[in-house]
Write a protein that binds this ligand. Structure first.
Ligand SMILES: Cc1ncc(COP(=O)(O)O)c(C=O)c1O
Length: 401
């Protein structure tokens, strides 16, 4: 394995996880290992591996698989974590992180009120039904966060570095202090930043979660999740996943690992494109408001800047079309030609999404309104296309509204 210890992020993104020396074979690019089972020299050898006395592979991804190990090694490196654990989706990664953090009947979770819609429903419906208490708090209200955590003594606090679709920034250093002063673990969904923009462990996070379906894989052709964390917490989630089986497949792990190699290039282009588009839309007569935290007048610009080291805010921004409701937003989306109406983000393609019918569909209209997700709110994930072409597409579609 190439010594990456002193190399920059861009270099590590290209090489991390590769050439891990599986059975003495060292291809430049990790292979896909679809085999479910593994043979051994003799039964003593098998017994030693099954008994955890010796390292080795025994049974595929519900246990471990060399292609998945390569992907996990790479993400652990890029997040500055001791280890990482990959899953079949971002949702599986969130679910397993909460279980590994010790959430069970009788414990509680404090979560940011505007976490991704499916995360909200997972907490509200599934974890509550299993006997956990869930408290949602505005991530910007640190006093309320501190008071709720002190009162509830939760097993876990769950926030997103940049929230979806309102782009609120979690004050990770303060939240880390609040969590640890009260015996809680801080779980950070870092999907919007990707490891390129922010490494939450540096700021006090205990578990860093990604929907690798988004920027990490980056090409809209993989569903995957991954959690970067301490070795002891990975051991817990590893033991749980042997029973639950939310594993990533080796083909998906290989594609996600390949995606990482261009993460720096893609994120730089998406940050540039999103900033240019958000800046332009801010003074567009048909736009009421733009949410993009790298705009210098954004109230949390300084916090974001400190979390991302000035690298930007990623490719996602949202905006409210003046006086628009569902009908006008549909007309806007239908008039787009280049930007694809698809429910994802962080891809090389520019994507548009209407939160009211997609990411936040499972919420009631009252819940959406209380979060500030109005009927005229549109989210765009800028791809890596020419920014002039993306702008022209939006300009044309706004003309029909
Ligand atoms: C911030 C965030 N976290 C988690 C998820 C869930 O990821 P997945 O779709 O890979 O399960 C999403 C999906 O959009 C997301 O936006």
């Amino acid at each position: 394995m190439t010594d990456l210890s002193k190399k920059s992020f861009k270099t590590r993104a290209v090489h991390a996880g590769e050439r891990l020396d599986v059975a003495g074979v060292n291809p430049v690019v990790s292979a896909v290992h679809p085999s479910v089972g593994y043979t051994f020299r003799d039964s003593n050898d098998l017994d030693a591996v099954l008994g955890n006395e010796k390292e080795g592979y025994v049974y595929s991804t519900r246990y471990a698989n060399p292609t998945v190990t390569a992907f996990e090694t790479a993400v652990a490196d890029l997040e500055g974590a001791e280890s990482a654990h990959a899953f079949s989706s971002g949702m599986a990664a969130i679910h397993m992180s909460l279980l590994a953090a010790g959430v069970q009947a009788g414990t509680s979770i404090v979560a940011a009120a505007d976490v991704y819609g499916a995360t909200y429903t997972l907490l509200q419906d599934v974890f509550t039904a299993l006997g956990a208490t869930v408290r949602f708090v505005d991530v910007l209200d640190l006093d309320a966060m501190s008071q709720t955590v002190a009162r509830e003594k939760p097993a876990a606090i769950l926030v997103e570095t940049i929230s979806n679709p309102l782009m609120k920034i979690a004050d990770l250093p303060r939240l880390g202090e609040i969590a640890h002063a009260n015996g809680a673990l801080l779980l950070v969904d870092n999907t919007f930043c990707s490891p390129y923009l922010c490494n939450p462990i540096e700021f006090g996070a205990d578990m860093v979660i990604h929907s690798a379906t988004k920027s990490i894989a980056g090409h809209g052709d993989v569903m995957a999740g991954i959690v970067a964390t301490r070795a002891a917490l990975k051991e817990k989630s590893f033991a749980l996943n042997k029973l639950i089986g939310s594993s990533i497949g080796p083909f998906e792990a290989w594609l996600a690992l390949r995606g990482l190699k261009t993460l720096s290039l893609r994120m730089r282009q998406q940050c540039d494109n999103a900033l240019a588009l958000a800046t332009w839309l801010q003074s567009h007569p048909k736009i009421k408001h733009v949410n993009y935290p790298f705009l210098p007048d954004h109230p949390q610009f300084k916090l974001l800047d400190s979390l991302t080291g000035g690298k930007g805010a990623g490719g996602v921004f949202s905006f409210e079309i003046l006086g628009a409701g569902r009908e006008q937003v549909f007309a806007f989306m239908d008039a787009l030609d280049l930007i694809q109406p698809a429910t994802s983000l962080g891809d090389i393609y520019s994507l548009v999404l209407y939160p009211a019918i997609s990411s936040h569909r499972t919420l009631t209209p009252e819940e959406r309104t209380s979060l500030g997700i109005g009927d005229g709110l549109v989210r765009i994930s800028a791809g890596i296309e020419d920014v002039g072409d993306i702008q022209a597409d939006i300009e044309h579609a706004l003309e029909v509204v």
